[in-house]
Design a binder for this molecule. Sequence first.
Ligand code: CA
Length: 222
Amino acid sequence: MRILLVEDEDRIASFVTRGLGSEGHAVERAATGRDAIGLVQYETYDLVLLDLLLPDSNGRQVLRALRAHDQSTPVLVLSALGEVEDKVELLDSGANDYLTKPFALAELSARIRALTRQDQERSDTIKVGTLTLDTRARTVVRSDLKVRLTTREFTLLEYLMRHPGQVLSREQLLQAVWGATYHTSSNVVDVYVRYLRKKLDIPGVDSPIETVRGAGYRVRSD
Ligand code: CA
């Protein structure tokens, strides 16, 4: 696995890098929050190990930068005892687990295995642009915010997200989501796209569902 280690202490960084390296992982290190934020914005990792107390910032800022565009990469926080007053708050802000320093390599490896297994179980997620849809839990997350959808709204969004960037006609959507029972003159697709936008749109930001005049709708994939 490709792992990003955000850690300012050389001693801990080399311990983790050597240990995980011997297990076959490729560990890349960032020693400052600034370097880490730069990396998580442009690189893709299978896992992020995150120290909270960094010389130039707090690990939470790195977590926010990552979660702004990526809800799925597991993040394991590594921190000294007492650095985290509120574990629940940390998990709520997007961390997946928490390990107190000092820790043994075996313990770190076990947590990593658990997190990445969990990740495989969650592989039923579809991510397009700022939207993440979990087909098993039937939940939708837009830019870190969980959005509640009705069954029909969910099915419509899932169908659009399974065809990212592709223009789908009202007829195609009607058939895919409502089946053959609806008349093609029905405006039910437009009505439901409106419902979706009401729940998903953020003021001042382009809607994740784009109207293509005379053709249909598509989900923005950028
Ligand atoms: Ca530190």
